[in-house]
Design a protein around this ligand. Structure first.
Ligand code: ADP
Length: 431
């Protein structure tokens, strides 16, 4: 058992408009090379020469429009070609968005108003494992290849594709997304919610969505180019009940004008009915790819953990985080939304206790914080925390109550950029 020898390098010939679906194991390397023709991984072209390392745990499709020969070297959990893909429909969708961008740019050049010069604001919705993040990547990479700089907005706090889970974030995409490095991390705008599910405090989730939208609107109003390029917005896979309500909230908050609904007729119909009074919103049903890999909740939990680990250790485990110690008195830790309301006995007679779900609560540092992630706020004052984005994250590795010291790791050396920290329920255990 175990220790099976790696298979020898092998070639695979793909017909036009087909794809090779590959799952990479967690611990064995795989690399891919284009031998002939052209091919792309989720919208990003494979280089004409040289090996491309495929990160562990990836589930990818190498798609070719005109035919290709590939060479694979390493172990896979599965690899099979398929000719049934929705790629033609997806690229047609891209072409329609592209035309809208061009129209917005032309309007801006002729001094058109904010409305006319606004490119498409696309929301991608659908249940979990319908291929939402993947479609976002493709639409962004295809647009970037044509020279647009669309903004990627990720509202999926369960499986963040820009930064760690528990965040809503945005970043401009200036070139096709790198196959190995993923979404560029130079200038993401990140707001910290701190939990992988919105039900813990939906009001905070809504407030943070609004804050991010406000900041983006400000940026767009001063930048005609990114305004014309528009946004591609990824959403959560929770599309029932509260999840649906938050999706409607996102559509409104980001003034989305194109809704792409993947793989669920019912959701498409519901959204179509919900926005029918608004003539400027197109609701489009798109077929889901059979290649999308289903992930159960345990797998999702694991991926969340890996995303946190990656933040500190790099995708290829090639970064060394820096360990540091601060005195309790050097930092202030807060939690957004306490849920603790004033006890009835403390209120005037007859008054009902009102919980402010977005209230800021100071948190005492305790050993409960070990293994959790804290975000570093850009806020200058505590009451600005909810409206501020975050600079990055630290991972608490030890709390010494007696000596009042907290030990943490951070991706960069040096002092914390701010003393205001936000607590979370996100944990990661070093193996
Ligand atoms: P969602 O965002 O809807 O939860 P994802 O886009 O993250 O779904 O897709 C789930 C998984 O399936 C990801 O690991 C993704 O890389 C993989 N995947 C998507 N499309 C394909 C495909 N055509 N072939 C193989 N794997 C795919």
């Amino acid at each position: 058992a175990g220790g099976a020898a790696a298979p020898p390098p092998r070639q695979c010939k793909l017909d036009p408009k087909s794809e090779l679906r590959v799952e990479v194991p967690p611990d064995a390397p795989l690399r891919v090379r284009l031998v002939a023709g052209t091919a792309e991984i989720f919208g990003t072209e494979l280089p004409p020469e040289g090996w491309v390392p495929i990160p562990p745990r990836s589930k990818i499709a190498i798609f070719t429009w005109h035919g290709a020969t590939l060479e694979l070297d390493g172990v896979t959990e599965s690899e099979y070609p398929s000719e049934e893909t929705p790629m033609v429909v997806y690229v047609n969708t891209h072409a329609i968005l592209d035309a809208r961008r061009a129209r917005a740019r032309a309007a801006a050049a002729q001094g058109g108003d904010l409305e006319a010069s606004q490119g498409p604001r696309v929301i991608v919705a659908g249940p979990t494992d319908s291929g939402k993040s993947t479609l976002c990547k493709m639409l962004l990479s295809w647009a970037a290849k044509l020279g647009w700089k669309p903004t990627y907005v990720d509202l999926d706090i369960g499986q963040g594709s820009i930064t760690i889970p528990g965040c809503i974030s945005a970043t401009p995409i200036e070139k096709p997304i790198d196959i190995v490095d993923g979404i560029p991390l130079e200038m993401p705008l990140v707001y910290f919610y701190g939990h992988p599910t919105p039900s813990i405090n939906p009001d905070v989730y809504k407030v943070l969505m609004k804050e991010l939208a406000k900041t983006l609107e400000r940026q767009f109003s001063g930048n005609a180019e990114s305004r014309a390029a528009g946004m591609v917005i990824n959403t959560m896979g929770w599309v029932e009940g509260l999840g649906y309500e938050l999706l409607l909230n996102a559509i409104e908050t980001y003034k989305a004008n194109v809704l792409l609904v993947l793989g669920q007729e019912k959701l498409w119909k519901m959204l179509k009915d919900a926005v029918q009074s608004k003539p400027n919103i197109d609701v489009v049903k798109l077929q889901k790819s059979e290649g999308v890999v289903l992930r159960n909740s345990k797998y999702r939990q694991k991926t969340r953990s890996f995303r946190i680990k990656e933040y500190f250790y790099g995708i290829a485990n090639d970064l060394a985080p820096h360990s540091n110690i601060v005195n309790f008195s050097d930092v202030s830790v807060y939690r957004i939304g306490g849920g603790h309301q004033a006890p009835r006995s403390a209120l005037p007679i007859g008054a009902e206790p009102v919980a402010d779900p977005t209230r800021l609560v100071a948190v005492n540092i305790s050993t409960d914080m070990i293994h959790t992630v804290l975000a570093i706020s850009y806020a200058k004052e505590p009451d600005e925390i909810i409206s501020s984005n975050v600079a990055g994250f630290i991972h608490v590795t030890d709390v010494d109550i007696q000596r009042k010291k907290l030990t943490y790791i951070a991706p960069c050396p040096g002092d914390l950029p701010s003393r205001l920290l936000i607590a979370s329920s996100l944990t990661w255990y070093e193996a």
